[in-house]
Design a binder for this molecule. Structure first.
Ligand code: FA5
Length: 334
C-alpha cells in the first residue's frame, strides 16, 4: 500500500473511531492516539521523508488535510460531548416529590375580628340579634337621645373627634341603641359591635380607637337581675366558668341605676388587678321617651363592653398597643 492509501485509511479509521466516542476519557485517548506528539498523524508525516521527491507535494498536502480534518472532527466531537455532559448534569438533579412543599403563609382574621364573631355567637345563644350603626354620627344619636345634655363634659370638643359642626366619629356604640329603637318596637334584644373613637391618651389599656360591644334588651318586666345574670353568663361563656367579675355602682346619663363591670386580670408576675370591662345599667326612662317607648310599660337594660380589654384578659396581653401594631409575629399567635 502506498503512503497515500495509508493516509486515506488512517482518516477513515480515525473518523469512524471518533464517531463512537461518548465519554471525555475516550475522547482524550483518541486524541493521544491520533493527534498526540507520538500519535499516528505525526508518524505518518514522518514517513513523508522517505517518499520519492516527485510525490512529496501531493503526499504533504494529503497529510496536512488529514491533520486538519481530524483536528476539526475532534473539536466538533468535544463540543458535542460538552453539551451532552451539561445536559447529563442537569438531568442528574433529582426531584423528590415527597418532600414537603413551601407552605404559603395564609393570613387569617385579626384577633379582634375573631373575638367579635365569638361574642356574636355567645350572645346569639342568649337570643340577641346583631345590629350595626354608622361610625360617623350626629350629636342626636351620640348624645342628645342618650340623655347627655349640652353642658355635659362628655360633649367637650376636646374629648371627641368632631368632623364638622354636628358630625363626629362616634365615641360609643350606645348610638346603635337609639338607631335600633327608633326603627323597632319592643321587645328589642340586640348587640352592636363596632369601632369607636376618643382622643384618649394612649397607654397600656387605652387607645384612641377601640372596639365596643353594646347590648340592649327592652321588654315588659326586664330587671337589674336580668342584666347581672346576662353579663355574668356572658363572662363565663367567654372567659371560662372560673372568671372573677364584680359590679361597681357608677353613673351614665342614659342608665339608672348604672354600674361598671370589672374582671380580674392575672399577670405573669403573679399579681392581680381588677380591670374595667364596661358600663351597664337600666335604660333611663328619658332614653325610652326619646324613641317614643312608653317607660310605664317597658323597662330595659343596656351594657357597653370594651372588646380590647376582653381580648387582653383572655389571652394575657399586657398592653393594648400590641393589638394595633400589626406585627405579624404577634398576630400569628391567635
Ligand atoms: C361607655 O362607653 C358606655 N357607652 C357604656 C355603657 C353602655 C354604659 C350602655 C351603660 C349602658 P365607658 O366610657 O366606660 O362607657 O367605656 C366602656 C368600656 O370601653 C370601658 O369600660 C373600657 O373597657 C372600654 N374603653 C373605654 N375607653 C377606652 C380606650 N380609650 N381604649 C380602650 N378601651 C376603652
Amino acid at each position: 500500500m502506498s503512503l497515500l492509501d495509508d493516509i486515506q485509511a488512517l482518516r477513515t479509521a480515525a473518523t469512524e473511531a471518533l464517531g463512537g466516542i461518548n465519554t471525555a476519557d475516550a475522547l482524550e485517548a483518541w486524541r493521544i492516539k491520533y493527534l498526540g506528539a507520538k500519535g499516528m498523524v505525526k508518524s505518518t508525516m514522518q514517513r513523508l521523508r522517505e517518499a520519492p521527491r516527485e510525490e512529496k507535494p501531493a503526499l504533504g498536502q494529503a497529510a496536512n488535510q488529514l491533520k486538519i480534518a481530524l483536528t476539526e472532527a475532534f473539536e466538533a466531537q468535544k463540543d458535542k460531548l460538552g453539551a451532552a455532559g451539561a445536559k447529563a448534569k442537569t438531568s442528574s438533579v433529582k426531584l423528590d416529590v415527597t418532600l414537603p412543599g413551601n407552605r404559603p403563609r395564609i393570613g387569617h382574621s385579626h384577633i379582634i375580628s375573631q373575638t367579635v364573631s365569638e361574642i356574636c355567637e355567645i350572645c346569639a345563644r342568649m337570643g340577641f340579634e346583631v345590629a350595626y350603626g354608622p361610625e360617623v354620627e350626629d350629636e342626636h344619636h351620640n348624645f342628645i337621645a342618650l340623655n347627655i345634655p349640652d353642658h355635659h363634659p362628655a360633649r367637650d370638643p376636646l374629648d371627641n373627634f368632631y368632623l364638622y359642626p354636628g358630625a363626629m366619629l362616634r365615641s360609643q356604640t350606645s348610638t346603635v341603641q337609639i338607631r335600633v329603637m327608633e326603627n323597632t318596637q319592643p321587645p328589642v334584644r340586640i348587640i352592636a359591635p363596632g369601632r369607636v373613637y376618643r382622643p384618649d391618651t394612649v397607654d397600656a389599656t387605652h387607645s384612641f380607637m377601640f372596639h365596643q360591644v353594646e347590648g340592649l334588651y327592652v321588654d315588659e318586666g326586664v330587671t337589674m337581675s336580668d342584666l347581672k345574670t346576662t353579663l355574668d353568663q356572658f363572662c363565663k361563656a367567654y372567659f371560662g366558668p372560673e372568671v372573677a367579675t364584680r359590679f361597681r355602682p357608677s353613673f351614665f346619663p342614659f342608665t339608672e341605676p348604672s354600674a361598671e363591670i370589672d374582671v380580674l386580670f392575672h399577670y405573669d408576675d403573679g399579681s392581680t388587678r381588677w380591670i374595667e370591662l364596661g358600663g351597664c345599667g337600666m335604660v333611663d326612662p328619658n332614653v325610652l321617651r326619646s324613641v317614643n317607648y312608653d317607660p310605664e310599660k317597658y323597662t330595659g337594660f343596656a351594657f357597653g363592653l370594651g372588646i380590647e380589654r376582653m381580648v387582653m384578659r383572655r389571652h394575657n396581653i399586657p398592653d393594648i398597643r400590641y393589638l394595633f401594631e400589626s406585627d405579624v409575629r404577634f398576630l400569628h399567635q391567635f
